[in-house]
Design a protein around this ligand. Structure first.
Ligand code: PEP
Ligand code: MG
Length: 575
């Protein structure tokens, strides 16, 4: 029976393909479908794995040396207790039956549910027991591994595969960048979460926040993903399929039409020059940026180099990556943001944060201030790369002037070292700052005294101004770029920068939303930085913009507070 699911569409057009259900990419779990006759045998295999694990643990417990620390026995007893609990030893049997899947897959599904429950626990000791559950599950996985799975064909990414996941972390997404999926959909996620941004950068149809997609969709089932409208249709009938095939073609024709404006200069209908830059995550993204006519890189999220590797990248590895970007962009400006880790971007080599509220914790520049060695290694790599192109530095999450002063001190010391070592770098390298914390937005005049340029990070600025977690789909309806507070902050930031004559750009998702291009031009913005695939759509909007004529509507938008009125005014602006 066909069903339709609604979520947050993050673009990329329409895809029609077969579902492939995955767990988190870092847990490599084989998945195959069973025939109804195979179910009892699979359940027996699971029971056998539980028995083996229990026997191993009891043997271990019996052989604890007398002088061993008391905690060892206590932990082993705890693990045996967890193993005996029905949530681990019985629930997966149920999943094998209902989903007709193999035991490893059933266990991984159950583990995800349990771990999510542990994450909700407030009491620290209990929350910490999460890793015990994980360890016990790993033992069961090992016991299951004795089984020969080769008689089944594992479900893997075939040609027309659509990824169906509960959630994908930015680290998972980096892995998926190398895999050919048609589209992907998740149960959770907000419109400006880093998962969404990466999905957009892949230019794949994607829909987030579908809530129960993984329970409602079977492996290999035919699905339609409409990333434009945030709709997923499971098991569509022939007429719906025909309709979506036609829409898909339509979309592709529009995409091709956009190519015609690639080499046209970015000038509004009434002659105002605009600069369009690209946001990139990895050096490989430069090619697409140039193809789509970017005037440079407005934001290189350098932390993605750190998410890709198992270990911290060395100074040399970083230098090579920054240099690659500088050279690929052929003398155009390249703004590289220093590490913005923390919050949802946790590299594999870093412990999961136990901060009570990571978004207000040691994130962005704060982490760099706390880890000067890490920061200075990056600054050295950046400065060395600046000898090969027009690199500028950008600091994330600024909230105190002291962070800029301290960075300048680090920079001077690193420069002195490099001079002593005879290594070339750009002596005039510019230092800019992200304005994405409301404190920095309100006090932007002070920051401008110490910085060479600023870039507005609307993703975080909106999250912090409106107290709406950008990753939480439960509040995504409150995440509103048109909120009067946001518009007033933007106007204040842009006009203050203009008054003191320093460049201001925008690199948050707002800058890449063609619906907002004319509004931002009206607020005085002239430098936009966005994902490469958004460049042409934004250019198309600005080519038709007449700022003189639109000023009156912009004025009304700044006065309005009713969301319906605002949306109507925006519609007029975009006509
Ligand atoms: C922003 O916050 O708008 C931004 C560009 O940074 P990020 O999305 O990487 O947090
Ligand atoms: Mg940010």
């Amino acid at each position: 029976m066909s069903i339709t699911l609604h979520g947050i569409g993050i673009g990329g057009g329409i895809a029609i393909g077969r579902a492939h259900l995955v767990t988190h990419a870092d847990i490599e779990v084989v998945h195959y479908q069973l025939t109804p006759e195979e179910v009892p045998r699979e359940q027996a295999r699971f029971d056998e794995a539980i028995r083996t694990t229990r026997k191993d643990m009891e043997t271990l417990w019996g052989s604890i040396p007398e002088n061993a620390p008391a905690e060892l026995g206590a932990f082993l007893s705890l693990h045996i207790m967890l193993l005996n609990d029905h949530t681990l030893s019985r629930e997966p049997r149920q999943i094998i039956e209902t989903q007709r899947c193999n035991a490893e897959w059933a266990l991984s599904q159950q583990l995800e549910i349990l771990l999510a429950q542990f994450d909700e626990i407030e009491e620290e000791y209990l929350r910490e027991r999460r890793s015990d559950v994980e360890q016990v599950a790993q033992r069961i996985f090992k016991a299951l591994a004795g089984y020969d799975a080769s008689s089944h064909t594992p479900v893997s990414a075939g040609e027309n595969t659509i990824l169906v996941a509960h959630d994908l972390s930015p680290a998972d997404m980096v892995l998926f960048k190398d895999t050919a999926y048609l589209a992907f959909i998740t149960d959770v996620g907000g419109p400006t979460s880093h998962t969404a941004i990466l999905a957009r950068s892949l230019d794949l149809p994607s829909v987030l926040a579908l809530r129960h997609a993984r329970e409602l969709i079977d492996e290999d089932e035919l699905i339609i993903v409409d990333g434009i409208h945030g709709v997923v249709i499971v098991d569509p009938d022939e007429s719906i399929l025909a309709e979506y095939r036609a829409r898909q073609q339509d979309w592709q024709v529009k995409q091709l039409a956009l190519q015609d404006i690639r080499s046209r200069p970015a000038i509004t209908a009434d002659g105002v020059d605009v600069e369009l830059f690209a946001n990139i995550e990895l050096p490989e993204d430069c090619e697409l940026s140039l193809q789509n006519g970017a005037a440079g890189v407005g934001l290189f999220r350098s932390e993605f180099l750190f998410l890709r590797e198992d270990d911290l990248p060395t100074e040399e590895e970083q230098y090579q990556a920054y240099r690659q970007v500088a050279e690929a962009m052929q003398g155009q400006p390249v703004i590289i943001r220093t590490l913005d880790l923390g919050k949802d971007k946790i590299p594999k080599w870093q412990e999961e944060s136990d901060a009570p509220n990571p978004a207000l914790g040691l994130t962005g520049i704060r982490l760099c201030m706390a880890e000067p060695q890490l920061f200075r290694t990056q600054l050295r790599a950046l400065l060395r790369a600046s000898a090969h192109g027009k690199i500028k530095l950008l600091l994330p999450m600024l909230s105190h002037i002291a962070e800029v002063r301290q960075t300048r001190r680090h920079l001077e010391e690193v420069k002195t070292q490099l001079r002593e070592e005879g290594l070339p770098f750009d002596e005039q390298i510019e230092l800019g700052g992200m304005i994405e914390v409301p404190a920095a937005a309100v006090a932007v005049a002070h920051f401008l005294e110490h910085l060479d340029f600023i870039s507005i990070g609307t993703n975080d600025l909106i999250q912090y101004s409106l107290a709406v977690d950008r990753n939480d789909d439960a509040v995504s309806h409150l995440y509103d770029p048109l909120h009067p507070a946001v518009m007033q902050l933007l106007r204040h930031i842009i006009s203050t920068a203009d008054r003191v004559g320093k460049p201001v750009s925008m690199c948050g998702e707002m800058a890449g939303d063609p619906q907002l291009t004319r509004l931002l031009l009206g607020l005085g913005l002239r430098r936009f930085s966005m994902l490469p695939i958004q460049l042409l759509k934004v250019k198309q909007q600005l080519l038709g913009a007449d700022l003189q004529h639109q000023q009156a509507v912009i004025g009304q938008m700044l006065e309005a507070s009713d969301p319906d009125v605002l949306r109507e005014l925006l519609r007029q602006l975009n006509q």
